[in-house]
Design a protein around this ligand. Sequence first.
Ligand SMILES: CC(C)(COP(=O)(O)OP(=O)(O)OC[C@H]1O[C@@H](n2cnc3c(N)ncnc32)[C@H](O)[C@@H]1OP(=O)(O)O)[C@@H](O)C(=O)NCCC(=O)NCCS
Length: 204
Amino acid sequence: MDWGKFKLELLVGQAVIPYLSEIARLRITIFKEFPYLYKGSEDSETTYLQAYAKAPDACVFVVRDGTTIIGAITGVPLSEEPAAFTAPFASGPYPLDTIYYLGEVLFFPPYRGQGLGSRLLKEFEDHVRALGRYKHFACATVVRTENHPLRPSDYHPIDGLLIRAGLIRHPEFRVTLPWPDLDGNVTENMMEFWIKELHSLNRP
Ligand SMILES: CC(C)(COP(=O)(O)OP(=O)(O)OC[C@H]1O[C@@H](n2cnc3c(N)ncnc32)[C@H](O)[C@@H]1OP(=O)(O)O)[C@@H](O)C(=O)NCCC(=O)NCCS
């Protein structure tokens, strides 16, 4: 895929370590926004991201403008995530070990709405297919009320992006996760899963 003036880089295993703090900054900055409203710290982010250096099959793609990381996508087998998060998959039609989880896809605001997110999602999906071990890929979005007081009037949900990429919303698969709000208080936040079936499982 031609990334024009941007540079795409795939980081796996220990290769992600030198970029942890730059990716942490991307997450901290963007996850302050609605609908996440998450107050991250460099310490908690670095710990979270270190899992991507250790987990088998984890991946991080970064997109650069010059030398600066302006976007990223992260992924890990869903079975590597904490049990509280994967509880909806404990039984049912989507066995945990067949699912690859998209942790986040992020671009700084000036780079949004130009097709970069869709291209990065496609690169990600191609990578997951090439791994050959996963039958589905999934992500989770934050559920907020329509009249949430912090919803910006120009808020742009990511549903269109996910639907165009072929993901299907599964409101029956929901979890609540605690995280620090912008004021530092830890509250429970509801997330729901989206799933796409892949057709490239290379195992019996
Ligand atoms: C979601 C995101 C990665 C999409 O990247 P992008 O380059 O803007 O996406 P594209 O230009 O390929 O596609 C546009 C789609 O992205 C979504 N989108 C989300 N926020 C957007 C914004 N501020 N501007 C434009 N599109 C946005 C919409 O679904 C949009 O589709 P639509 O116009 O049909 O509604 C990017 O907008 C972003 O970083 N948003 C904030 C972080 C986030 O919500 N990440 C997803 C969950 S971790």
